[in-house]
Design a protein around this ligand. Structure first.
Ligand code: FAD
Length: 503
């Protein structure tokens, strides 16, 4: 497509569709572009996707949307990071917390890195990440990342929110910015002679034509795959999980948590996401090893009486991604682009980066397809970087209770990049240098790699003498983190202020 568009049609009104609508309407407010979103109430949305990373805060900030407005509308809570119980059986490493790294951590993170590297050489020094980061102490103390002491900056944070409410909130905002909305179901997609998309055929509104189409139809990929025939690149060899069962439970009274819990179970892992209104829970597993019925039974037994009577939602996907996310006059955003799995809550990052990257590329190419290849390469590199970090969780697990965990550990399908990183950690290489050399393939920063590898206890046996100075540094870091955390608001208390519009 080589003429600037007058009319954009976004197909699909899940998180992806409405985020895209909102971003386009905001970015192109001074251009004469008509933006319409069509969604099918009958088909509905995927209904999950409640954990985020700090990236989403940039989205709200750019659009000037205050927390006091959107958080109460979405039953949202603050998120300091994710804990990972039961992925490792190494003594002392049965659980670890993956924090969002903040300026507050600068004073002690060097000791953590140094100790990890001494431990890699066999010195008996403390390396558990939970001692070194202020976010970890905040979670222990049921605090949120907002500082209450003057002069103390906030920590870095993400959010948890109700996905259905978030969709509705984005819809209201986007429509207020002039996005047109049609509720209808699309039965067909029509191509012109050149092979571009010309229009979609709806059940009640006839054919709707546009210059450019945004495929946000979720796993269906109605336009990009169905009509344009784009193939998925399978990631099944790397990522075994392809199924989930989600079951909400009431949230227990008492202190409000600011962490996602990602606990390993027999054939996968489960998330627990604290919202103001309820707990979001789901079991992610591989259908090669466990049937949906057995997964639901295992998960219900694990959740206990709280889950009695709660409806279970079953979901299924093929782990993978498109090769071309933008093809002809169509860009795919959201689950239509592909999906790996929910670990580390990264899909909304992919959506956000895709929306922003596409907006920039399209503008840079004067709304033609000039920057298309560069955009596709950018998204693929981003998704592949995520895949490597996600796969490492499975690769270094030490569980032997089921074949699922053993097969994940023994899986020979690793990218060259991940293999190099793991070999560097396990061997005598300068780990930081290797990370740096591969920086372009990474989505996650240095601290995250250290936290996972050290958190799960991926070290040789300690046969060299302990270094007392390292133990003292660990103790000081742990005490300092606990002290620093006191400068932040108790989570529930601060949320009350946000919900009351007092901040
Ligand atoms: C188990 C699970 C857990 C997840 N957890 C997280 C998480 O914690 N964090 C995170 O970032 N991401 C997570 N995700 C991903 C997240 O759910 C999605 O990225 C997000 O919800 C966006 O979905 P979507 O808008 O692409 O698709 P959907 O929500 O499925 O929306 C698709 C839209 O297309 C419309 N549509 C489809 N076909 C037609 C048609 N024929 N005519 C008209 N309209 C049509 C539908 O009505 C709907 O409006 C998770 C995903 C799964 C499967």
């Amino acid at each position: 497509m080589n003429t600037p568009p007058r009319k954009i049609l976004i197909v699909g009104g899940g998180t992806a569709g409405w985020m895209a609508a909102l971003h386009f309407a905001h970015s192109w407010a001074d251009r004469d572009i008509d933006i319409t979103l069509i969604e099918s109430a009958r088909i509905g949305t995927v209904g999950v996707g409640e954990g985020t990373t700090p990236l989403i805060k940039e989205f709200f900030d750019r659009l000037g949307i205050p927390e006091s407005e959107w958080m109460p509308a979405c039953n949202a809570t603050y998120k300091c990071g994710i804990s990972f119980p039961d992925w490792s059986t190494v003594e002392g490493h049965e659980s670890y917390f993956h924090p969002f790294f903040s300026e507050h951590d600068r004073a002690h993170v060097n000791h953590f890195w140094d100790n990890c590297n001494l431990r890699r050489e066999g010195h008996d020094v403390p390396t558990h990440p939970d001692d070194y980061f202020v976010s970890t102490a905040m979670v222990r103390q049921h605090r949120c990342p907002i500082a209450r002491e003057p002069g103390v900056p906030n920590a870095v944070y993400g959010y948890h929110f109700d996905a259905a409410l978030m969709g509705r909130y984005f819809k209201t905002k986007a429509m207020a910015l002039g996005v047109n909305f049609i509720e209808d179901t699309i039965g067909g997609v029509n191509l012109d002679e050149a092979g571009d998309i010309h229009s979609v055929t709806t059940e009640q509104h006839g054919d709707i034509a546009a210059d450019f189409f945004v495929d946000c139809t979720g796993f269906r990929g109605l336009l990009i795959r169905g009509a344009l025939g784009e193939e998925m690149v399978s990631m099944r060899d790397y990522m075994f999980n392809d199924s989930a069962v989600a079951i909400p439970t009431p949230r227990a009274d008492g202190a409000l948590s600011s962490e996602t819990v990602s606990r390993a179970l027999s054939h996968g892992w489960c998330w627990h996401i604290p919202l103001v209104s309820r707990m979001g829970n789901g079991y992610v597993f591989s259908s090669d090893y466990l049937s949906p019925e057995d997964a639901e039974a295992e998960f219900r037994a694990y959740l206990g009486s709280e889950a009695a009577g709660a409806e279970a939602i079953h979901l299924k996907w093929q782990p993978g991604r498109l090769e071309n996310h933008w093809q002809r006059n169509c860009v795919a955003i959201g689950l239509s682009q592909g999906f790996l799995e929910p670990l580390e809550a990264l899909m909304i990052n992919v959506i956000q980066r895709s929306i922003e990257g596409f907006t920039k590329s399209w503008e840079a190419g004067d709304f033609t397809d000039k920057w298309q290849a560069r955009f596709n390469e950018f998204v693929n590199q981003f998704v592949d970087g995520i895949r490597d970090y996600l796969q490492l969780h499975y690769k270094i697990n030490t569980r032997n209770d089921t074949q699922y965990w053993i097969d994940n550990r023994e899986n020979p399908h690793l990218s060259g990049h991940l293999r190099t990183i793991l070999e560097a950690w396990d061997g005598k290489a300068d780990f930081d240098r290797v990370l740096y050399e591969h920086i372009n393939q990474q989505v996650y920063p240095r601290t995250s790699w250290y936290c996972m590898l050290a958190g799960m206890g991926r070290f040789p046996s300690a046969d060299k003498h302990p270094l007392r100075v390292s133990a003292r540094q660990q103790q000081r870091a742990a005490e300092a983190s606990e002290r620093q955390a006191v400068a932040f608001w108790p989570h529930a208390e601060y949320l009350e202020k946000v919900y009351a519009g007092e901040v």
